[in-house]
Design a protein around this ligand. Structure first.
Ligand SMILES: Cc1ncc(COP(=O)(O)O)c(C=O)c1O
Length: 457
């Protein structure tokens, strides 16, 4: 595979085993992948093992990892205490088809960190959690519509599959039922007056769901007081507030975004860190709302309960991993360390973009980092960058070819940054990782300048 790009050629030279695996995978998987965010041209790396902040590909190349198990691994890969708990649970059995002590301890660990979790129902993923939260909201309020924000991601089921990266007009993406899309109202982030107008005009809205630090895990940040205002507004209109803390839960703060912002939602959706690196999700929140899953409450109050099975709900392995992870987060400075690393990396990257004369900028949320690639060529100063001053469409717009090449160039430098131009940080990222990441970005910018036109300061 010879390309006219030295970056692509060097990447291919370094990764022959990944290339061979991708060719085999292409015989089965659409685009040779099992998750859209792994789409990389000509192919992505195949990883054999991981430890702490690092992972090793099939050719033995080592990378500083900024995927962090799609955000699930705040404690890094293979935390020894979490692993010991998984082994112990594994030795007891993987599925009892009955209730077990692990799920009770797991719920207690969640509630300790997130007091709004009066009741909890575990699911197998974040997508299932947002689906269930919406159903609860409709059953509880007797209203049909859900309002959500443009660019906010809540999983891939029908209600959530448009208005995230496109279809901002609310039209359904392929395969989504138009009847479902018609029951979803899209709102603009950071426009509290717009939200007020919609809630005023539309009495059919049962709930507003949001990513509480902004779309894409905070890539499209929300203004500091927006969530507080939204809480007040939804309460005023009798509309439920669902915080989707699948990413932010136990990452931005040990109590999630609700702990960080001091705002209490009616319902919270959780996954990722919740399950300590194994599959799992949950809906947590007000007892009177989760009562719609409760046999006795339904009988006492004469309503039809929501039917909710799920083969792997609260499976013992995820419960054990999640409980230990949450215990470590509760009793350590893991969140603060990951956040401090992100803030330092942001500053160092912005200094280096400025030195290189490139009008890109890094910005962060606690324990996550994002790169603004400035597709529109706006006049910015990386050392003084405020993402809130940039329209969400511009923050979201990444030049796809350039983004892919940046990713390959960073892989050459031993850094696996996500394909969306961001990275999640763990408590195991250390000074060596920081230096390597800054060096990899500097090398990547030099390589890219030779092949592409980057926005200039
Ligand atoms: C904010 C948010 N909600 C929901 C989901 C869906 O979670 P899952 O991938 O576990 O289905 C994601 C996944 O990245 C997410 O980021």
């Amino acid at each position: 595979m010879l390309s006219n790009s030295p970056i692509v050629n060097e990447y291919v030279d370094r990764t022959p085993s990944s290339q061979a695996l991708a060719e085999r995978a292409g015989k089965f998987f659409p685009s040779a992948i099992s998750h859209d965010s792994r789409h990389t041209t000509p192919y992505g790396i195949y990883v054999d093992k991981a430890l702490g902040s690092r992972k090793w590909d099939a050719d033995g190349n080592v990378y500083v990892d900024y995927f962090g198990g799609h955000g699930a691994l705040l404690l890094g890969h293979r935390n020894a205490e979490v692993e010991a708990c998984i082994q112990e649970a594994l030795a007891a059995g993987t599925h009892f088809g009955s209730s077990h002590r692990f799920e009770v301890a797991w719920a207690e660990a969640v509630q300790r960190l997130m007091p709004s979790a009066e009741r909890i129902r575990f699911t197998s993923s974040g997508t299932e959690a947002t689906l269930l939260a919406m159903r609860l909201a409709r059953a509880f309020t007797g209203k049909n519509k859900i309002a959500r924000f443009r660019t906010h991601f809540h999983g891939w089921h029908d209600h959530m599959a448009f208005g995230v990266a496109n279809h901002y007009d609310g039209s359904p993406t392929p395969g989504v039922l138009p009847e479902v899309a018609a029951q979803v109202v899209l709102l603009d982030p950071n426009d509290i007056d717009g939200v007020a107008g919609v809630l005023e005009r539309d009495p059919e809205i049962s709930a507003v769901i949001l990513e509480p630090t902004g779309g894409g895990g905070g890539m499209i940040p929300l203004a500091p007081d927006f969530v507080t205002q939204l809480r007040a507004l939804t309460a005023q209109h009798g509309v439920l507030l669902i915080m989707d803390e699948v990413v932010t839960g136990f990452r931005v703060h040990r109590g999630g975004a609700q702990g960080l912002l001091g705002v209490t939602p009616d319902l919270t959706t959780l996954a990722k860190i919740l399950a300590g690196g194994l599959p799992g999700g949950a809906v947590a929140g007000r007892a009177d709302i989760l009562d719609h899953l409760d046999f006795q409450a339904a009988a006492d109050r004469d309503f039809e309960k929501i039917h909710h099975p799920g083969t792997f709900n609260a499976n013992p392995l995820s419960a054990a991993a999640g409980t230990k992870t949450l215990e470590i987060i509760a009793s350590s400075d893991a969140c603060a360390r990951a956040a401090a690393f992100g803030a330092e990396l942001r500053q160092r990257l912005n200094e280096s973009f400025a030195r290189a004369g490139v009008a890109w900028a890094a910005y962060d949320q606690p324990a996550s980092i994002f790169i603004f690639m400035n597709a529109a060529g706006l006049a910015i100063d990386p050392r003084n960058f405020d993402p809130l001053a940039i329209p969400y469409q511009d923050l979201k717009a990444k030049p796809p070819g350039l983004l892919n090449k940046l990713r390959l160039a960073l892989l050459i430098g031993g850094v696996d940054f996500s394909g969306s131009g961001g990275g999640v940080i763990s408590a195991t990222h250390d000074d060596g990782d920081l230096e390597q990441t800054v060096a990899a970005f500097e090398q990547a910018v030099t390589l890219l300048k030779a092949e592409e036109s980057l926005p200039r300061i």
